[in-house]
Design a protein around this ligand. Structure first.
Ligand code: GLA
Length: 419
């Protein structure tokens, strides 16, 4: 696309101003931005830094350009960017209370003295991308500015908007973003406002207009909050699982690993379960102060490879045992799979015995499993073989499982497959 920036900005203003015109735009203009073929990865300010605008008392942690520059520095310097964590995303509370003389939303001049364009340049110079946040109730002008500022992603929230306004506004914004000619990933919070069991959401439409969407309530810094999200996603997996894929993802919200609410086991569980769900990996933690153990979880290369699997198939919970062990499975490319054995127990490490046959794996294959956290390899595993794993309370054992040999009807190695 070859729109000039000014031309595209003017175009969006026109589009956003004229709903009647937009109503005539055919659906073929739905999201076609080619972005996020694998779940996006990066950093988002909200869960950890919230709406702290008190830069006088708390200059280190308030929502200011310095915070985002610091995080961009950390992503670029501490090895995160190379692993795929490339988005630096501003959430709420970046705006000034007053609009500009021309009626446009502007960043708070004290907290963002250099402006958003300078921040985008800073982030881009480090090989990263900048995301920004807006709410439907106030957004149209900020989108226009956002395009001008060179942002790469928009999180479009739906607070204070009726369902009718949302039903018009989310597709309308998608078309406006497409019309800019600039690749701007689009995160929709629409379904989070239409929750319930089952969710009252047209997911087919969402997958056509958004790159990702928040399905459920906000994550908080607690294990209960993580569990409530896992419960809701599992209860609704028949609806949610089929709609995810390259370019369009369910978003169970940010990773809270590195903060205060999770034990090490629970942090490992969040990472494993988010990976099984093919979820976006947006960290919301202070990367200037993160512990080595949290880093190790977030930087696990095999985990990231599984999360970023090119097939982009979301996994499912396949089994809930009476012992309170749950098994999750995600199909991956090259006939591989990711398996998560998750303990909801609160007593002690549990010795769980099962076989791949009990998990519906094919009989005529010899498998190898790599434990994603310990690196241990288990070879020569046939579907009928029983195995026992030890799962800690609120923890997981996670396997990357792949076939190494196919057997013929006499159980003789018929075919050796190398990946
Ligand atoms: C909503 C969203 C959160 C965050 C806040 C900001 O609650 O779901 O992720 O963006 O708004 O106010």
């Amino acid at each position: 696309m070859t729109f000039s920036l000014l031309y595209s900005t003017a175009l969006i203003m026109k589009l956003m101003d004229s709903f009647f015109f937009l109503a005539l735009v055919p659906l073929a203009l739905a999201l076609e931005n080619g972005l996020m073929r694998t779940p996006p990865m990066g950093w988002l300010s909200w869960e950890r830094f919230r709406c702290n605008t008190d830069c006088k008392s708390d200059p280190h942690s308030c929502i200011s350009e310095k915070l985002f520059m610091d995080m961009a520095d950390r992503l670029a310097t501490d090895g995160w960017r190379e692993l795929g964590y490339v988005y630096v995303n501003i959430d709420d509370c970046w705006m000034a209370k007053e609009r500009s003389a021309t009626g446009q939303l502007i960043p708070d001049p004290e907290r963002f003295p250099s402006g958003i364009k300078a921040l985008a340049d800073y982030v881009h110079a480090r090989g990263l991308k900048l995301g920004i946040y807006g709410d439907m109730a106030t957004l149209a002008p900020s989108l226009v500015e956002g395009t001008l500022w060179g942002v790469d992603m928009l999180k479009f929230d739906g607070c204070y908007s009726s369902s009718d306004v949302q039903a018009q506004g989310y597709p309308k914004m998608s078309r406006a973003l497409n019309a800019t000619g600039r690749p701007i990933a689009y995160s929709c919070s629409w379904p989070a406002y239409r929750g319930g069991l089952p969710p009252q959401v047209n997911y087919t439409l969402l997958a056509n207009i958004c790159n990702l969407w928040r399905n459920y309530g906000d994550i908080q810094d607690s294990w209960d909050s993580v569990l409530s999200i896992v419960d809701w996603f599992s209860a609704n997996q028949d609806i949610l699982q089929p709609v995810a894929g390259p370019g369009h993802w369910n978003d169970p919200d940010m990773l809270i690993i590195g903060n205060f609410g999770l034990s090490c086991e629970q942090a490992r569980s969040q990472m494993a379960l988010w990976t099984i769900m093919a979820a976006p990996l947006f960290m919301s933690t202070d990367l200037r102060a993160i512990s080595e153990s949290a880093k190790e979880i977030l930087k696990n290369k095999l985990m990231i490879k599984i999360n970023q699997d090119p097939l982009g198939i979301q996994g499912r919970r396949i089994l809930q045992e009476k012992s309170h062990i749950e098994v999750f499975l995600r199909p991956l490319s090259h006939s591989a799979s990711a398996l998560v054995f998750f303990s909801r127990r609160t007593d002690m490490p549990y010795r769980y015995t099962t076989s791949l046959a009990q998990l519906n794996f094919t009989q005529d294959v010899v498998y190898e499993a790599q434990d994603v956290y310990t690196g241990q390899i288990i070879s020569g595993l046939k579907a009928a073989d029983n195995f026992t794993i030890v799962v800690n309370p609120s923890g997981v054992v996670m396997w990357y499982l792949y076939p190494t040999m196919y057997l013929d009807q006499y159980n003789i190695m018929a075919h050796l497959k190398i990946f």
